[in-house]
Design a protein around this ligand. Structure first.
Ligand code: KIV
Ligand code: ZN
Length: 451
């Protein structure tokens, strides 16, 4: 059976740009839009044309030069917003006007100061106007997840009847939970007439760290568009992260049997470009594209990685455009990784020498966070002059040993170079695991010093 296709609606240039420090000029937005095009997103929300002349120009420039995806422009449910959005979008190959109006009582009472009845009418009239300008109209009831559901159904019915083709359900303040959001989407599907001809969309903010989980729950309930941003940037704690949604679908197809048009190897380049443009760094432990997402420091993990990357990685770094996994040499690292890094630098040691290098390495790593190659070279010089310096030609052919196994490196060792690591004795292959990892330490379990 064919997987349901999920429309990826990227709002990095609109909701993402609204986050502190992330504003972009026209040229920067264009560069980013071109990368989003390469990434394969279905919709680029290019900006909020009434917000500023710069935003208007950016939407216009993107509409003129990025022709494959749908280009959306945001508008409040007001004539001047909608007309301005259309002016910016009208030369797009596939323009979309995205109209929004808050529907929760707290927004109606304190922000908009309108009644529920006025809200329904304003939403309906705005969608009618947008529809008279362009064929593709999306409507968002802002703060939907804090709106009385009965009133939400009423507003949604009015805008579907007025011609909205996409109903986006925003969790504007990141308040909902996966179960609750799923129930809401299911209820919308039951209560809004004609919904089968409309695409339901999820737009989740991350105030409780649930944006991606809530988005996936909405998809499970029948939403077929996801609104998200590169690096998860967006108002306050951000929007649902595009890379996390896409890779959850790719890595767990049995749980998420959906398809997207995303070229996943463009995820990391997109993330890098956004960081370069905005100057806003990504948290190191950010899933998929953070600096540490494919980095391993713990000796146990490095040892596993060197034997088979599947031990500690659920996706290949290359599948998201990250060049390779990294084994970071720090105080938690083991001899296995250290030995291989020494080999990469051109030095092969026997066990006794490596023990000594490792002992000094641990002392150094306790003082400095990351041991870089130049530190290691210095340490090797201080430790031994006995080390076999491998010929430079060979050094180049030794992989970091992430993709290639340690055994492959051992097999390609030139004559004269001392073997490391010591190959695992064949008789231990089927040995039972010790009850406690420390209870039966063997020489090849080289990840902890001194046990
Ligand atoms: O979070 C939100 O409610 C929005 C709407 C404008 C869709 O960004
Ligand atoms: Zn938003």
């Amino acid at each position: 059976m064919e997987s349901a296709r999920i429309t990826v609606f990227d709002t990095t240039l609109r909701d993402g740009e609204q986050s502190p420090g992330c504003s972009m000029n026209v040229e920067e937005k264009l560069r980013m839009a071109r990368q989003l095009d390469r990434l394969g997103v279905d919709v680029i929300e290019a900006g909020f044309p009434i917000a500023s002349d710069g935003d208007f120009e950016a939407v216009q420039a993107i509409a003129a030069s990025v022709r494959r995806p749908i280009i959306a422009g945001l508008a409040r449910a007001k004539r001047e917003d909608i007309e301005r959005a259309w002016q910016a979008l009208r030369h797009a190959a596939r323009p979309r006007i995205h109209v929004f109006l808050a529907t929760s009582d707290i927004h109606l009472q304190y922000k908009l100061k309108v009644s529920r009845q006025q809200c329904v009418e304003q939403a309906r009239d705005a969608v009618r106007l947008a529809k008279s300008l362009g064929p593709d109209v999306e409507f968002s009831p802002e703060d939907a997840t804090r709106t009385d559901p009965e009133f939400l159904f009423e507003v949604l019915q009015a805008v579907v009847d007025a011609g909205a083709a996409t109903l986006n359900i925003p969790d504007t303040v990141g308040f909902t939970t996966p179960e609750e959001f799923k129930t809401l989407i299911l209820a919308i599907r039951q209560r809004v007439r004609g919904i089968e001809n409309v695409t339901i969309s999820a737009h989740c903010h991350n105030d409780l760290g649930l944006a991606v989980a809530n988005t996936m729950a909405a998809v499970a309930a029948g939403a077929r568009q996801v609104e998200c941003t590169i690096n998860g940037i967006g108002e306050r704690a951000g929007n649902a992260s595009l890379e996390e949604i896409v890779m959850a679908i790719r890595v767990r197809p049995e749980r998420y049997p959906y398809a997207t048009g995303i070229a996943t190897e463009q995820l990391f380049p997109a993330s890098q470009l956004l960081t370069e443009i905005t100057g806003v760094p990504v948290q190191p432990n950010k899933a998929i594209i953070g600096r540490n997402a494919f980095a391993h420091e713990a000796g146990i993990h490095q040892d596993g990685m060197l034997k088979n990357p599947l031990t500690y990685e659920i996706m290949m770094p290359q599948s998201v455009g990250v060049p390779d996994s990294r084994l970071v040499l720090g105080k938690h690292s083991g001899r296995h990784a250290l030995g291989l890094r020494c080999e990469k630098l051109g030095y092969a040691f026997d066990r006794r020498e490596l023990d000594e290098v490792y002992r000094r390495f641990v002392v150094l790593a306790d003082k400095i966070k990351n041991v870089e190659d130049h530190h290691l070279l210095q340490l090797i010089r201080e430790t031994t002059d006995q080390a076999v310096r491998m010929p430079p030609a060979h050094v180049e052919t030794i992989p970091l040993a992430i993709a290639a196994s340690a055994n492959a490196a051992a097999n390609s060792r030139p004559p004269g170079a001392k073997p490391f690591p010591v190959p695992r004795p064949p008789e231990r292959k089927d040995a039972k695991l010790p009850l406690h990892p420390m209870a039966e330490h063997h020489y090849e379990e080289d990840y902890l010093w001194g046990v």
